[in-house]
Ligand binder design. Structure first.
Ligand code: AMP
Ligand code: MN
Ligand code: MN
Ligand code: MN
Length: 283
C-alpha cells in the first residue's frame, strides 16, 4: 500500500546537493510540500545518502515519502537513466553497486578535466569539485556550473552544447552500470525500476523499442510518462508505449534547483487517467 491513498500530486524525480541538485534534501521536501506534492521521492544520481534527511523533513511536513535513486547505466553504447523507487536503502547489493558507480565518476571527472586542459582550459577538476556538495558524485552539471563561472560559455545549456556532449572536447566515454545491474540492485532491495525521461535519449524509435523490450524482459515495470522534459506530444507518445508494454506510469519534475529547471516540484500535468500509476506498486 502507498503511504497516501490515491495521491493527487506525486513527484518521483528530483535532485539534491547529494548529487547535482542545488538544494539540501530537507529544503526540497519543504518546497515540494509547499507546491502541493502529497507523495514524494528524492532520486539523486547514483546516491541514496540524502534519503534519511528527506524522509524526516517530509514527515515534518505531513507529506508521503518513498525512497528513490536515479541510476546511470549504459545500454549498447547509449547512456540511459533508471529510476528506482520504494526500495530498502540498506540492501547490500544496492549500496555496494551505487558505491562502485560513484568511484567510476571520480575517475571519469579526472579524464574530462584532462581533455579540457588539452584544449587550453586548465584547473577544471578542482573548479568543478568546488560545486559538488558530495565529491564522490561529481557530475557534468558541476563541470558546467564551474565553466560558466570561468567564462568559458555564457550559461549551463551552452556549456553542454559546446563542451560536454558526445563529440565535444570535454566529453569522455564511460562505463556505467548495465541494465541488468540496475534492475537487479533495485529488485534485490524490493523496489521497482522505471525508465527516466524516455524522450531524452539519442536513439531511433526502433532502438528505443528494443531497449524497452530488454527493460521489460529484465524485470522493469515503469515508464516516466509525465516529466519535466516532456512536451504534451511526448506525454501522448509515452502513454501509448506504457499501454503497449503494460508498464506502470511515473511522473517526475527532475527538479535540480531554482533557475536551473523549467519545471518546479509537483508543477506537472496529471497522468492520462487510464494509465496504471506507479505509486500503486511502491510504499
Ligand atoms: P552526468 O550524470 O555526470 O553525465 O551528468 C548528467 C547531468 O547533467 C544531468 O542529470 C543533468 O543534470 C545535466 N545535464 C545533462 N544534459 C544537460 C543539458 N543539455 N543542459 C543542462 N544540463 C544538462
Ligand atoms: Mn542531474
Ligand atoms: Mn536523468
Ligand atoms: Mn534526474
Amino acid at each position: 500500500m502507498s503511504p497516501v491513498n490515491s495521491p493527487a500530486n506525486f513527484d518521483f524525480h528530483c535532485h539534491s546537493v547529494v548529487s547535482d541538485g542545488l538544494l539540501p534534501p530537507a529544503e526540497l521536501a519543504r518546497r515540494a510540500a509547499a507546491n502541493g506534492v502529497d507523495l514524494w521521492a528524492l532520486t539523486d544520481h547514483d546516491a541514496i545518502g540524502g534519503l534519511p534527511e528527506a524522509a524526516a523533513a517530509a514527515a515534518e511536513c505531513g507529506m508521503g515519502f518513498i525512497s528513490g535513486v536515479e541510476i546511470s547505466i549504459e545500454w549498447q553504447g547509449t547512456p540511459i537513466h533508471i529510476v528506482g523507487l520504494g526500495f530498502d536503502p540498506q540492501a547490500p547489493a544496492l549500496v555496494s553497486g551505487l558505491e562502485s558507480l560513484r568511484q567510476g565518476r571520480v575517475e571519469r571527472a579526472r579524464r574530462m578535466a584532462e581533455a579540457l586542459a588539452a584544449i587550453g582550459i586548465p584547473g577544471v577538476f578542482e573548479g568543478a569539485m568546488r560545486y559538488a556538495g558530495n565529491p564522490s558524485l561529481i557530475s557534468r552539471a558541476h563541470f558546467a556550473r564551474y565553466l560558466v563561472e570561468a567564462g568559458v560559455a555564457k550559461d549551463v545549456p551552452s556549456v553542454f552544447q559546446y563542451y560536454l556532449t558526445p563529440g565535444k572536447p570535454g566529453y569522455v566515454d564511460h562505463r556505467w552500470a548495465t541494465l541488468e545491474d540496475a534492475i537487479g540492485w533495485i529488485g534485490a532491495a524490493g523496489g521497482v525500476a522505471v525508465v527516466a525521461h524516455p524522450a531524452r535519449y539519442k536513439v531511433s524509435n526502433g532502438e528505443l523499442r528494443r531497449f524497452l523490450d530488454a527493460f521489460k524482459d529484465t524485470g522493469g515495470q515503469g515508464l516516466e510518462v509525465v516529466c519535466g522534459s516532456h512536451t504534451p506530444d511526448h506525454v501522448l507518445h509515452f502513454a501509448r508505449l506504457a499501454r503497449h508494454y503494460g508498464f506502470h506510469a511515473s511522473r517526475g519534475s527532475d527538479f535540480h534547483g531554482p533557475g536551473e529547471s523549467y519545471v518546479d516540484l509537483g508543477r506537472l500535468p496529471g497522468l492520462p487517467e487510464d494509465l496504471k500509476p506507479i505509486w500503486r506498486l511502491v510504499g
